[in-house]
Write a protein of this length. Structure first.
Length: 195
């Protein structure tokens, strides 16, 4: 191996530890998310073991970073951000942020079909802010059942049972800001105009 590759691989361990600590995730939680044993994760973070590609891919996914960011690859000269949409349970989520931890931003598209129409409220740690772009969103939040239209926003603690889906047969598109550790989006109001 050449010296640049050695240096890059040696730097991965501390970067893994920093990413995990920024997200306030334990080794056990990361092990569950990646399928990599706690002891192997510990050895990777300490530098006692060099990572393989099979380990780096699930680690990058779990930390919400690209493989290039994880290994601190040199820039290729291409300034474009290549975010890949993820489809899960009929929803398409396009990540709009790339940093690990903190508030994450997504554009979400839910088709107006019948598969997700029956509410099934869920709870989890975090705080969410929604802004409707197109279509109408049905938001079930605790004992409230709301229909939201383009330009409307909602924010809520995700420990309150919640569910969302299209309000009709048309698809709905919205922005979601989500803080896993309960971070809230802070909106600034414009100062009152004088006169």
């Amino acid at each position: 191996m050449d010296q640049d590759l050695d240096r890059a691989l040696d730097a991965v361990g501390p970067r893994l530890r920093d990413l995990r600590r920024q997200r306030e995730t334990t080794l056990a939680e990361l092990s569950t998310a990646t399928g990599i044993s706690v002891s192997t994760l510990s050895r990777l973070e300490s530098g006692a073991r060099r990572p393989t590609l099979e380990q780096l891919l699930p680690l990058a996914r779990a930390h919400g970073v690209t493989l290039d960011e994880l290994v601190d690859a040199p820039p290729t000269g291409d300034p474009r951000v290549h975010m890949r949409p993820v489809t899960n349970h009929g929803m398409t989520m396009l990540p709009l942020t790339r940093r690990a931890g903190g508030i994450q931003a997504f554009k979400i598209i839910i088709p107006g079909d019948d598969r997700r129409r029956e509410p099934n409220p869920q709870i989890h740690e975090g705080y969410e802010w929604l802004y409707i772009l197109n279509g109408r969103l049905r938001l079930v939040l605790g004992d409230q059942d709301l229909i939201m239209s383009p330009g409307e926003a909602a924010e809520f603690d995700t420990r309150v049972p919640h569910w969302f889906g299209p309000a009709g047969r048309e698809s709905v598109e919205f922005l979601s800001l989500f803080g896993k550790q309960g971070e809230r989006a802070h909106l600034r109001a414009r100062p009152k105009s004088q006169g």
